[in-house]
Write a protein of this length. Structure first.
Length: 364
């Protein structure tokens, strides 16, 4: 913990001293979660592959040096996962590790399934084999739903599905989570196994430190830093945009509630944005350029391009009424905070920049 972490605890000191394992801690969402947990006093063990670039949030923020354990391992190796769990004896598990890209899933569909489906099964088997684990939060995606491109949001009890290999792999992961929960972590038999398992689904998450390919914010920033126009593949696609801190706050709140009431929350949960934050790719890119202070957009839409959903929204009523969670930021603040990170990561210490933004978020 640092002096800068004062004021970011919105969880009543719950995480201080807890042993928390985060898979995918080297990734975009995982690095932000690891920073937040670390500053709350948790003993964070991260399990993941090497970061994708030398500018990733994990690298620039030197997150691996700051958390308790920084472990390189592949979730596709089930036996290795059990060994790691046995050694570090986590009490809470956040499973974020994944192959997260739609377009890449067309290039390597089998690997996407091995990572997203069997990797999730391996984590649940490691949870099952480790007596210390009390809470498991399995992160999937809003794309896990069978997307009919309807104009209203998907509720947690709607069918799983997915057109492309990425989306369908996450739908399959949700089905596996549901099966393991009923078969091995059934709330009705909590006294026998002592574990609470939930799955969580967020919207299109943006924020500082993401340099992934085929994502609109990194695409914008790379072009802007190079002084080139921003190429937009799907300008009319509508997405539920949210800052990375929004769903992470929801996941952490849910885990705390599951710890205290372990049989009440073992189900799927949506942590999406408010309806007014649902906007087109073109609109968000335009906001990025306005906040950045320079740049231009170029429409490169191709009618023969690989299929990507054009409309997808989440209904967050359940999280709002049962957890007391709701988004804190609108689309303007979400984009502004994201661009602020990219404008300042070379000026401020990136870890401190993340802490500043977490503090700004929790103060809302």
């Amino acid at each position: 913990m640092t002096d800068k972490s004062i004021g970011i605890d919105i969880f009543d000191n719950f995480y201080r001293g807890k042993r928390v394992l985060v898979t995918g801690h080297t990734g975009f969402k995982g690095s932000w979660l690891s920073i937040w947990l670390n500053e709350l006093g948790a003993e964070v063990a991260g399990v993941g592959l090497d970061p994708s670039t030398d500018r990733d949030n994990f690298v620039l923020g030197r997150v691996g040096e700051r958390i308790k354990e920084d472990i390189r391992a592949d979730i596709r190796d089930g036996e290795k996962m059990k060994e790691i769990f046995a050694e570090y004896r986590p009490e809470i598990v956040f499973h974020l590790a994944a192959q997260p890209l739609v377009r890449l899933s067309y290039e390597c569909p089998a690997e996407t399934y091995r990572t997203n489906v069997m990797g999730t099964v391996n984590i649940m088997e490691a949870v099952r084999a480790t007596a210390d684990v009390k809470v498991g939060v399995m992160i999937t995606t809003d794309k896990c739903y069978e997307n009919k491109e309807q104009i209203w949001g998907y509720r947690e009890d709607e069918p799983m599905g997915g057109y492309d290999p990425y989306s369908s792999s996450k739908g399959a992961a949700e089905i596996a989570i549901s099966s393991w929960r009923r078969s091995f972590f059934n709330p009705e038999k909590y006294a026998e196994h002592g574990k609470a398992i939930a799955s969580v689904r967020a919207g299109n998450v943006i924020g500082g430190g993401d340099w992934s390919l085929d994502r609109i914010i990194p695409d914008c920033i790379r072009a802007l830093e190079a002084g080139k126009p921003v190429d937009i593949r799907s300008p009319k696609a509508i997405r539920p945009w949210q800052h990375v801190l929004e769903p992470l706050g929801g996941y952490m709140l849910l885990a705390a509630k599951m710890w205290n009431s372990p049989t009440e929350y073992c189900e799927g949960w949506n942590f999406g944005p408010r309806s007014e934050s649902i906007s087109t790719v073109w609109d968000v890119a335009s906001r990025v350029i306005a906040d950045y202070g320079s740049g231009s957009l170029r429409d490169l839409s191709d009618p023969d391009a690989l299929h990507e959903a054009k409309l997808l929204m989440l209904d967050i009523s359940k999280a709002k009424f049962r957890l007391g969670w709701e988004p804190r930021m609108n689309i303007d603040r979400t984009v502004a905070m994201t661009v602020d990170w990219y404008k300042n990561y070379r000026i401020e210490e990136p870890y401190d920049l993340c802490l500043r933004q977490i503090s700004e978020y929790t103060a809302l």
